[in-house]
Design a protein around this ligand. Structure first.
Ligand code: PEP
Ligand code: MN
Length: 364
């Protein structure tokens, strides 16, 4: 009887966390020892900044021989941490058996990891194990930038009857070194939000950054973009962590980050603010219309060039000319505050469109 009461109370605590904005989830990348889990949880709870305790129990590692998680034996540690701190818990699940084990040990929320979201067989297996279960589930974006896989996972879990489904943006892997471990590709997160406006969207700066020195910037950006919360890995002694050591922070450092983030509201109830915003938005609309008109004119000139090249039997792509255009644009962009990254993307898009227009002319 006592246990039932405790469980139903915990369900309420989890519900409150689910509805809280921002929702803050933290805890170690991996559960390593009982002491580590309990001490992390205790120190996190003391900060008063964390709503849900996370810990990886089964770790899908890229290479064999890396620490693959403590396994089901870590689940009672989480139970104990919850009992001591009152924090609801969440773990990553990738198989039906893991779902069963997590539920047996009263885990309060589950998440599907990026390496699982890519595989519809695995997502379906997890979804099947969730049939008839009432538990919130968060779904990480797949490791590759494919929104359909993410949407597919959401649909599979929702079809299994899970009512509370949320998303975690943890970035996308790419070949070679970049500033990030997983490129954030914010536009994809924004598109997921556009497709699922009511669905909770959490940001995971830890797996985007892969290192602690830039965590704060990414977390702030997520909050500026109206994310509903953050999942950040924390460890009592980050440098000695058995997995993802470089990106973890101490519970106290996490609290400091939460203190320093500027939390923003989506909206305010002020006529003056809305009127000023509306005016600026109209200016933006007006400029966007003008930009499109100008780009359309540019395409018409490109078509003329296409005709000229056709009559003289010249190739469409002229590498020297293209390099010239880019060099000019970088220099100009630098003067007027447009980044090289933007100039490159913009001119690539304009150039491709221009080539398509010329191609039509050449082959007409
Ligand atoms: C994790 O959260 O520890 C994890 C393995 O994340 P991801 O699935 O985003 O790689
Ligand atoms: Mn991790």
């Amino acid at each position: 009887m006592q246990a039932t009461t405790a469980t139903s109370t915990m369900k309420e605590v989890m519900q409150q966390a689910w509805n809280k904005r921002p929702l803050i989830i933290s805890g170690p990348c991996s559960a390593e020892t009982e002491e580590q889990v309990v001490e992390t949880a205790t120190r996190l709870a003391q900060t008063g900044k964390v709503d849900v305790l996370r810990a990886g129990i089964w770790k899908p590692r890229t290479r064999p021989g890396m620490f693959e998680g403590i396994g089901a034996k870590g689940l009672p540690w989480l139970q104990r941490a919850k009992k001591l701190t009152g924090l609801p818990t969440t773990v990553e699940v990738a198989t039906g058996k893991q779902v069963e084990d997590a539920l047996t040990f009263d885990v309060d929320m589950l998440w599907i990891g990026a390496r699982t979201t890519v595989n519809p067989f695995s997502v379906q297996e997890v979804a099947d194990a969730l049939r008839g279960v009432d538990i919130p589930v968060l779904i990480k974006n797949p490791i590759n930038p494919d929104l359909e896989l993410g949407s597919g996972a959401v649909e599979r879990v929702a079809k299994a009857g899970i009512k509370q489904v949320g998303l975690i943006h943890r970035g996308f892997s790419s070949y070679g070194n970049t500033e990030y471990r997983n490129a954030p590709m914010w536009h994809l997160a924004i598109e997921m939000k556009r497709r699922n406006p009511e669905m909770m969207l959490i940001n995971d700066p830890s797996h985007i950054c892969g290192r602690r020195d830039i965590l704060m910037d990414v977390a702030q950006k997520a909050i500026d973009l109206d994310f509903d919360g953050l999942m950040i890995e924390s460890h009592i002694d980050p440098d000695t962590a058995w997995s993802d050591a470089k990106q973890q922070v101490t519970p106290e450092k996490l609290a400091e980050m939460m203190e320093n983030i500027i939390w923003r509201k989506e909206d305010i109830n002020s006529e003056e603010y809305h009127a000023a915003l509306e005016k600026l938005r109209q200016q933006i609309n007006h400029l966007d219309d003008e930009l499109m008109q100008i780009i359309s004119q540019r395409m018409k000139i490109a078509e003329k060039i296409g005709e000229y090249k056709k009559n003289n039997n010249i190739t469409i792509l002229q590498t020297n000319r293209w390099n010239q255009i880019l060099e000019r644009a970088f220099a100009k962009g630098d003067q007027i505050g447009l980044s090289k990254e933007f100039i490159t993307k913009y001119f690539d898009a304009v150039h491709m469109e221009s080539i398509n227009h010329q191609n039509k002319i050449m082959n007409s």
